[in-house]
Design a protein around this ligand. Sequence first.
Ligand code: FAD
Length: 474
Amino acid sequence: MKTAAVWFRRDLRLQDHTALSEAVKWAEEHNGKLFLFFQLNPAFLEKPADFRHHYFFQTLKAFMDNCRDHKIAFHLMYGETEEIMEMVIEKVPEINLFLFNEDETGYGKERDDKVKRVLKENEVDYWTFQDHFLHGAREVKKQDGSLYKVYTPYYKAWSKLEKKQPAEIDLKKLSACSVSIQDLPDTGAEKLEEMIGSLEEREDIGEEAALKTLKEFTDEKLEDYHKKRDLPAEAGTSRLSRYLKTGTISIRTVYHHIMQTEDHPQDTGKETFIKELAWRDFYNMVYVQFPNSVKEEADKRYRSIKWNTDKERLKAWKEGKTGYPIVDAGMRQLNEEGWMHNRLRMITASFLTKDYLLDWRLGEAYFAEKLVDYEPGSNIGGWQWAASVGTDPVPYFRVFNPVTQSKKFDPDGEYIKKYVPELRDVDVKRIHEPWKMSSGEQKEAGCIIGTDYPEPTVNHSEQRVKAIEMFQGI
Ligand code: FAD
């Protein structure tokens, strides 16, 4: 009896999963068995657990519960990558094929390359698939075969390409061919319990929650997405990024569900949303072109910039104590929820790099540590965009003004008040610049500037000039 292994990674779902669909087809054709597994890397347990890891591991647990409910055998294996692959090859009888959805960039790619080497050495075949993106990095090319660097022409080409349909998986068939191997150590499950500990169970976990989120968004928010997506107090975006990151929903399911919704006259909600999905593919493609971009600027001209690394400023930014309410609200949302609204990601990233003149790599690393939806390509791309050092960035002379941004996108200060409770009783006309309150106003609002809430730690107008000069000096 032949057996194939399906290696799960950041694709924790049972529907529209390319490697799994192909594995089920293979099992039918060969009357074979499937060994489904996830490798839990000890490196994860060395780091202090944060939002991102908690979210991921709770998702993994929910996925395992889902497999159990459908009587699908699934193994959680604890150990180093190569060690686990060798163990699967050794202990699973008649194993002759591995299937997995591969990573095109970063750590994921390095790990895949390592595993492919192990499989080759052991003469085990492997089939890999591009599953995470609507279009993989090398699918959208210019006429001369090269890859794009600028989003608008990329999007034009991207939108003309056919998008693969989601594939339904018959879970009864999967259950019938999945195998459980008795003499494999089951330390993974114990370690997972250790990781999750006594964490409160989250509701925003798993395939069912992902589909529900998608449906609610299309029914209630898609039509006005283009009008409300920039207003953080409105919650007008889909909040699907955490599910896309952990793979509890496929990108094809999201795309086709949106495309099937009824058209409205001048349907810019739908169009704007699809353009955002294309940004996700775009940034993955940029990361493939610039594999070193977590460390260095895609735009060579700016690699010699001497960014600041002041620890005090970095601390104030991380803690949401810059004295600029909209920036502080964004950072506190990130610290409290492991997620931040897109407009705030742009504002806080611009503030770190153009007001504090701090190295964008420090900000990128902090987001990477905190975000439940952390995607290397999108995060690096977003940071290099904001710092004006990427392939298609905000021009360096167009510096975001945190006060103007605040007035425009949080006009009533609702978002600020939610995350910066010290400012809850500040009048709306002062909420964006609380340092302008008279001492009487401060007393009335119960917020003394410099005591209850910081004074602005920098002067925006002066810092803007310094930032522009820094770029012009290159
Ligand atoms: P929606 O507005 O509902 O968008 C739908 C989907 O489109 C998102 O889930 C996401 O997959 C994709 N998308 C939307 N905007 C972008 C964008 N600008 N770039 C790439 N994809 C996009 N997104 C991440 O998924 N992971 C990150 O680590 C990440 N880091 C960022 C860092 C910075 C500095 C900036 C400016 C943006 C970053 N983004 C990142 C993009 C964006 O902020 C998030 O995708 C979005 O806020 C997620 O919320 P949502 O699902 O409600 O988005």
